[in-house]
Design a protein around this ligand. Structure first.
Ligand SMILES: [Zn+2]
Length: 84
């Protein structure tokens, strides 16, 4: 957290100053990511929500349970995505 002075790294990239509230793992621990500084980034609430959605929802469905950006399931096997 000290690395960026407690500010959100994604917001800094876009020239905004937002207080970070969460330390996110770039490679999620659930995906075998390491709990080291190189694998973390400091994020504000909204950026963490976006990043987590990207990591766990949009990147690839986990056991067919991913959710797309529009909030719909990404799995072709999900009833909403069947043709009938
Ligand atoms: Zn942010």
């Amino acid at each position: 957290m000290a690395r960026t002075g407690g500010l959100c790294e994604h917001c800094l990239d876009q020239g905004r100053t937002e207080l970070a509230v969460i330390v996110n793992h770039k490679v999620p621990l659930a995906r075998g990511g390491e709990d080291v500084d190189d694998n973390t980034e400091n994020l504000c609430g909204p950026c963490d929500t976006k990043e987590t959605a990207r990591q766990f929802g949009l990147a690839e469905p986990i056991l067919g349970r991913g959710i797309g950006e529009d909030g719909r399931p990404t799995s072709p096997a999900h009833p909403w995505n069947r043709s009938r």
